[in-house]
Design a protein around this ligand. Structure first.
Ligand SMILES: *[C@@H]1O[C@H](CO)[C@@H](O)[C@H](O)[C@H]1NC(C)=O
Length: 448
């Protein structure tokens, strides 16, 4: 290449790039895990060679079956100002068909039938954050060339926003969290009534190493001197296209005796339209599901353990009143935190109520009978023991006299005959029994 030729080439390149830059970039925002469609329209002819680049690295090249290499070679030199792709491009031109760049496989495609009609749209299947960037669509035909740029943004929109009052590790804080979001969103807090200057939010945004998706968690310390306050957490996507709001109201504690029905209030904020409603119960660790209400079918479903223990007026729920009535409550089963959550797209509202069911009334009826039973049992056992002892003694006494009878039949006989008065105390007392027997031997001899 002579000096003159080089100057002409540089000039042509400059003019070429200047005219190309006149076409503004097309902006495309793709949703993570969905297909990303990058438009590229051109004037179709024969020998269409389509090449897509991302940040000047080849994504794919597609050559129509009717092309001839020689014609294309010259035009390409003229249009292309990037030397780095030259090698790969030339390799790709050898045969008609589809070829992929290093990092791309079947994920990237153009539709051959559409290319013939001047549509070189690139489809990236299941896109992710790594697909962001500026893409270049370069098409060479038998009659001319086309170049256009597409600026691709990738977004994983917010699908949900959770808010909870966490009582773990001694700290009482309100936690607002979301996951699987890209790029990292902005988080702001406020309260109703306003006291947000007391809130010092701590927000963490962690990206997953493999997917690039963010987990966002923001916490504020619970304000102790503000009963019945509502905390509001607002999360806005960094492109500012959508924002989600979650609010949490801490309601005053409720307590009541066992077996007496109790009402746990829950009211939807007026701006929520047709929200879903769910009630959960927490006592210790995992929250247990109580009830779910569907605004479209206007039906509620109750979890089996709670059937017969709760009641909710489904006619009042569309009016914003989701109050739960606890029937025949039990201290052990029903003392805990009751949470109701209204959820609609972009909005959730949660209310928490701590409920204490006291079992004062049951103390008298359950403990005292068992106490008297013990007393009664002890007395009964004592009486039985005493009776048994007396019976034993009586039996033993009579047995000892009958045992001696065969040994001294004549003496006993003579005693009974001679002194019946003295024999009565002798029989009843085991100690005097044998002695009286001894005495009796004397009596007849004295008589004799
Ligand atoms: C090109 O093809 C794509 C994919 O089928 C389609 O979505 C798009 O509307 C087409 N563009 C034009 C200009 O026909």
């Amino acid at each position: 290449m002579s000096l003159k030729q080089t100057w002409v080439w540089l000039l042509l390149s400059f003019v070429g790039s200047a005219t190309q830059d006149k076409t503004p970039d097309t902006h495309v925002t793709c949703v993570v895990a969905e297909d990303c469609v990058l438009p590229c329209a051109f004037q179709p002819s024969s020998n269409n060679l389509v090449r897509w680049f991302r940040q000047e690295a080849l994504v794919l090249s597609f050559l129509s079956a009717d092309s001839t290499e020689e014609e294309e070679e010259e035009e390409e030199e003229e249009d292309d100002d990037e030397g780095s792709d030259e090698d790969t491009e030339e390799d790709g031109e050898e045969q008609p068909g589809l070829e992929h760049g290093q990092r791309y496989d079947d994920r990237a495609s153009v539709i051959p039938e559409l290319v013939a009609r001047g549509n070189a749209t690139l489809v990236l299947k299941g896109c992710g954050p790594k697909d962001r960037g500026r893409y270049r669509c370069h098409v060479r035909t038998a009659t001319g060339a086309h170049e256009s740029h597409v600026l691709v943004k990738v977004e994983a929109p917010l699908r949900s926003l959770n808010m909870e009052l966490s009582r773990l590790s001694g700290f009482e804080e309100i936690k607002c969290s979301t996951r699987h979001v890209y790029p990292a969103p902005h988080v702001t807090w406020e309260t109703d009534p306003p006291a947000s200057h007391h809130l010092r939010p701590i927000t963490r945004k962690l990206a997953d190493k493999q997917t690039g998706m963010y987990v966002v968690e923001s916490r504020v310390r619970r304000l102790r001197n503000h009963p019945e306050i509502t905390y509001v957490c607002k999360v806005t996507s960094s492109y500012g296209m959508q924002s989600w709001t979650a609010s949490l109201r801490e309601r005053a504690e409720i307590s009541g005796p066992e077996r007496r029905d109790i009402s746990i209030p829950c009211h939807a904020p007026p701006h929520l339209r047709d929200p879903f409603l769910s009630w959960t119960f927490t006592h210790g660790q995992d929250p247990a599901h109580i009830l779910a209400y569907d605004p479209y079918s206007r039906l509620s479903t109750v979890s089996p353990p709670w059937e017969g223990h709760i009641k909710m007026d489904t006619y009042r729920v569309p009016l914003g009143d989701g109050t739960l009535r606890l029937l025949d409550p039990d201290h052990d089963q029903h003392t805990g935190v009751y949470t109701c959550t209204y959820s609609a797209p972009y909005n959730t509202h949660t209310e928490e109520t701590e409920v204490t069911i006291s079992h004062v009334a049951e103390k008298h009826s359950s403990w005292e009978p068992s106490h008297w039973w013990i007393v009664a049992l002890v007395i009964t056992l004592l009486v039985i023991a005493l009776a048994a002892m007396l019976t034993y003694l009586k039996v033993k006494g009579s047995f000892s006299t009958t045992r001696k009878q065969p040994e001294q039949p004549t003496e006993m006989h003579s005693v009974k005959v001679s002194t019946p008065e003295e024999m009565i105390p002798g029989e009843s007392s085991p100690l005097t029994g044998p002695e009286s027997g001894g005495e009796t031997t004397h009596t007849p001899s004295k008589d004799a």
